[in-house]
Design a protein around this ligand. Structure first.
Ligand SMILES: Cc1ncc(COP(=O)(O)O)c(C=O)c1O
Length: 434
């Protein structure tokens, strides 16, 4: 657990989040339950927005909605002055239904359908990030039809791949996303797009990875992207007014992950802005409007999931399983890529940890685990279990596998909890069945 003012143990020995006792939240809303600390989200938004303005000036923090998408998050980030990126007609619809300022939306995706593009263009999204030449053709056709000019960026692979504490510089071209700079495909896509009368090519986008702790990775990306801007200026006289560097700042899940304070996240922005200002001055290119797309770092540590322990299965000298009333249907990240989580007995935070438990879900899959070998006090049926850092890519990746109900989401601020997403019912499960 990465303790903070709004995530701590209260005087009853219970876990408290955003001023609310998790035992009370479980009693009021039931479990499994996604709990989001709204004050944490707002603080992260403010840190990113203010640091970008102070260190760079013209730019936009564009929240990556894929991390956690519902109407309330759009309202929350809008109140803090952020933009947002969407990757599907469904995310776009949710943003529009929240009255999100459409000019601050960026539409991503490697396979946007014609209908999704039409929907985005007709609704005047700020930017579309082109991911294939066919997409450039589709957007041109749609815009010609309705006589409109659309701002577009092109997604490029600058040849930096970053993962947690490592980065590699690569000319790898096997990503399903975007155009590689190294094999010339980015240049061809730029020339094609620039030739289209209804496409207003304002800049380039890159995203070098996720859960990145090494700030240098982002600086290398800045360097490579501005080298490319300079190259395009020198060779073709093409100049861009926007640069979008994607997201990817790491968060604390468990073990050796860094515990980053809000000042620490401000440092990421400072380094990126410093490097960009240096590159712009040195290379003599136009200073671009800078867009950054953090997702996980805004909502990840804001979220916890509360479960109730059902069965405890102890296989002597081998393993202790703690089966909870959730699982891969509310958090598929362990099953997908063995993601690590830390957990706690939310109602007995001061009890000594004396056993290792593997947290199992209730789905019919052996791989349906949440976390392995977690130190906990002796656990009993009915105990409340909290899993930390579940605010990003949990609710948004949830499913109705085994026809389990996706848990509701509550947002908590100053001890007051409200539904952001109401509970599903069995009726919802069969709503579209014929
Ligand atoms: C294009 C793009 N932008 C932003 C993000 C957000 O990344 P993160 O949640 O790690 O900040 C992603 C994540 O996959 C992405 O693909």
């Amino acid at each position: 657990m990465n303790q903070r003012q709004t995530l701590k143990i209260n005087n009853k020995g219970h876990l408290e989040i955003a001023g609310a006792d998790t035992v009370d939240l479980a009693a009021e809303f039931g479990t499994p339950l996604y709990v989001m600390d709204k004050s944490y989200i707002k603080n992260m938004c403010n840190v990113f927005v203010k640091t970008l303005a102070a260190e760079y000036g013209e730019g936009l923090i564009s929240y990556a909605s894929k991390a956690f998408c519902c109407k309330e998050i759009y309202r929350t980030i809008d109140s803090c002055g952020l933009g947002a990126d969407v990757v599907s007609g469904g995310e776009l619809y949710t943003a529009l239904c929240s009255n999100f300022p459409v000019e601050k939306l960026t539409f991503h995706g490697n396979n946007k359908s014609y209908d999704e593009l039409l929907y985005a263009i007709k609704n005047n999204v700020g930017y579309i990030v082109i991911d294939s030449e066919g997409e450039a053709e589709d957007i041109e056709e749609i815009c010609a039809e309705i006589n409109k000019k659309q701002n577009v960026l092109i997604r490029v692979n600058p040849g930096v791949e970053a993962h947690t504490h490592h980065y590699i510089q690569t000319s790898k071209v096997d990503s399903k996303f975007g155009f590689s700079i190294s094999d010339g495909s980015a240049e061809s896509a730029i020339l094609l797009t620039a030739s289209k009368p209804h496409l207003n090519l304002v800049g380039l986008h890159c995203h070098i990875g996720s859960q990145i702790f090494e700030k240098k990775s982002f600086c290398i990306a800045v360097d490579k992207m501005t080298d490319f801007y300079k190259h395009l200026l020198d060779k073709f006289g093409i100049s861009f007014s926007v640069l979008n560097l994607g997201g990817g700042f790491g968060i604390y899940y468990a073990g050796d992950d860094a515990k980053i304070s809000s000042d620490g996240y401000a440092d990421y922005i400072k380094e990126i802005c410093g490097e960009l200002k240096r590159c712009v001055a040195e290379k003599g290119i136009q200073k671009p409007y800078l867009i950054l797309e953090p997702g996980r770092s805004i909502v990840g540590e804001a979220g916890i999931t509360l479960y109730t322990v059902g069965r405890v299965k102890e296989i002597r000298n081998i393993k202790n399983y703690l089966a909870v009333n959730g699982g891969m249907f509310d958090n598929p990240r362990f099953a997908l890529y063995q993601a690590k989580y830390s957990v706690a007995a939310a109602g007995r935070m001061n009890d000594k940890s004396e056993k290792l438990y593997t947290i199992a879900g209730k789905c019919c899959e052996s791989g349906d685990l949440i976390a392995e070998d977690c130190p906990l006090p002796e656990m009993r049926k009915g105990d409340l279990l909290a899993v930390f850092s579940t605010g990003a890519y949990n609710y948004s990746m949830a499913s109705n596998y085994n026809r389990n109900l996706i848990p509701p989401v509550i947002m908590v601020e100053n001890g007051k909890a409200k539904y952001a997403v109401k509970p599903q019912s069995y009726v919802d499960l069969i709503r579209n069945d014929v």
